[in-house]
Design a protein. Structure first.
Lengths: 361, 132
């Protein structure tokens, strides 16, 4: 097949100043080999040491980048126009301070400086700056997750301090998102905190969640949990869920398409079935454990590390110090993520009560 | 010495601010050392630490410049949290030696800085920007 190859300005010194050269081959790979025989210097630009196309070179067949076609196996026809254009790309490296600050995790082979850049680039929404959200936010911030969104509409109360380690005694009466932002800034100035001093509702959830890569649920009401579940699924974002009750905690991860909270519990429990969370006693260390597990799951998702809790519900019993697991799976009859879903948008969640059972705080 | 109309500088800074905290990127097309059009491009990496002009956009920008007989006089990107100087990765990936690389720094948000560099064979040379 005879094709025309467009040569852009930076490569013309390699083709005797010609903007177009003729080339031959059944596929892009054959064409590149053939070009190399006639223009060795150009061939060197289009192949790395492993003989592969370097990442910083784009190749187009009839105006389409070949990775949207069949890559180097893309077939060529007589008269096709092929273009080779160097990428316009670059990037910053970690600063010496960042290399030192994160050195204990950068030395993990599966993390490295590439993983650290992923963390700094990641955007995690934490819904709730309370008992679960506090430890989650502290560890995500310390690890250098670059953007943390914090949703909470409450002001800090003295009784919160027994477990909500994002806040300090002097903060009582202040909006929790403000004290959370200050605490995180003191831990790690690399982290940009976006405060959302609102109650999450069906009117604002999609817009807020859209700005993040994933959602960490750290809430104490069923209404908000169903809202988060539905909104995360509809937005196509992983949802990390945690909850605590007395001496027991739970954590899991819902990845869109692999099951959701409604696959486990299709509807919220009826009003009055569950106690008001603020009336149930709790040692602060319990949401500490579960919030830290949620943070770990977020880091694993960002770094593509190990196996997430997707498909498993982790149950922690603090009195026996036992972790159990229950397998979960997508329910084809799920009203949200099943085969014939009936939920296509967010609805009114406030009809269901503020409650606990599967979790709160 | 690189001469450029002030509104292009303003436009690059505005683009950097719009895209912050991620890096923005784009191309200055023109002829005879005169910038005639600024192309804002999509950063396909959507990253605070990486930029890479979307490959289909790059193709369209390059074709339009070719059709007009223009060159890529400048290639710009932003450093939302860093100084206006090419990073080692910027130097390593600089594939357009005849173009000037402009960097917009938002390190001090009220006082954005734009500097221009020639990057050839791994060597960085600063060029003075003259605002026309």
């Amino acid at each position: 097949m005879a094709v025309t190859v467009y040569i852009p300005a930076p490569f013309r010194k390699l083709t005797g100043n010609r903007s177009y050269v003729e080339g031959h081959g059944q596929t892009v790979a054959e064409l590149l080999d053939e070009l190399k025989t006639r223009y060795p210097a150009l061939g060197d630009m289009l192949q790395n040491e492993a003989g592969e196309l370097p990442a910083h070179i784009h190749i187009y067949v009839n105006n389409q980048e070949i990775y949207s076609l069949q890559g180097k196996a893309t077939p060529l026809n007589d008269g096709d126009e092929v273009a080779v254009i160097p990428a316009i790309a670059g990037g910053q490296v970690l600063t010496p301070d960042q290399m030192l600050r994160y050195s204990r995790q950068i030395m993990i082979p599966q993390v490295g400086s590439a993983g650290q850049r992923k963390l700094l680039d990641a955007r995690v929404l934490i819904v709730g700056a309370g008992g679960l959200g506090s430890p989650a936010a502290v560890y995500l911030a310390a690890a250098g997750v670059g953007t943390l969104g914090i949703v909470d509409s409450d002001e800090l109360e003295l009784s919160n301090l027994q477990r909500q380690i994002l806040h300090h005694t002097a903060d009582v009466g202040r909006p929790k998102v403000e004290s959370a932002q200050e605490t995180i800034a003191r831990y790690n100035p690399d982290v940009r905190v976006i405060t959302h001093r609102v109650r999450l509702t069906s009117a604002n959830a999609m817009e807020i969640i859209a700005q993040y890569d994933m959602v960490v649920g750290a809430v104490d009401s069923f209404a908000t949990r169903y809202l988060l579940n539905d909104a995360s699924y509809l937005a196509g974002k992983p949802y990390i869920d945690g909850g605590v009750f007395l001496f027991e905690g739970q954590a899991t991860v819902f990845i869109p398409g692999q099951g959701c909270y409604r696959c486990l519990f299709p509807e919220p429990p009826p009003a009055g079935m569950v106690p008001n969370p603020s009336q149930v006693g709790l040692l602060g260390v319990l949401p500490g454990v579960i919030g830290v597990i949620e943070a770990f799951e977020a880091l694993k998702l960002i770094l593509s590390l190990g196996e997430s809790l997707s498909g498993r519900l982790l149950i922690f019993d603090a009195l026996t110090m036992e972790f159990r697991q229950v397998k979960t799976r997508r329910d084809p009859r799920c009203p949200l993520c099943g085969d014939a879903p009936t939920i296509h948008e967010l609805s009114d969640y406030e009809a269901s009560p503020s409650s606990s059972l599967a979790g709160h705080d | 010495m690189f001469t450029i109309d002030k509104h292009y500088i303003d436009e690059m800074i505005a683009h950097a601010r719009d895209e912050a905290p991620i890096e923005c990127c784009g191309v200055l097309g023109g002829r005879d050392e005169r910038v005639l059009k600024l192309y804002q491009a999509t950063n396909a990496e959507h990253s605070r630490y990486r930029y890479n002009i979307d490959s289909q956009e790059l193709f369209r920008i390059n074709r339009e410049c070719e059709e007009n007989g223009w060159q890529f006089l400048g290639i710009y990107h932003s450093h939302p949290d860093g100084e206006a100087y090419p990073s080692p990765t910027d130097v390593e990936r600089a594939g357009w030696p005849e173009s000037l690389y402009l960097i917009v720094s938002l390190l001090s948000p009220g006082n954005p800085e734009v500097r221009a560099f020639r990057i050839q064979d791994g060597e960085v040379t600063e060029e003075t920007i003259e605002i026309a």
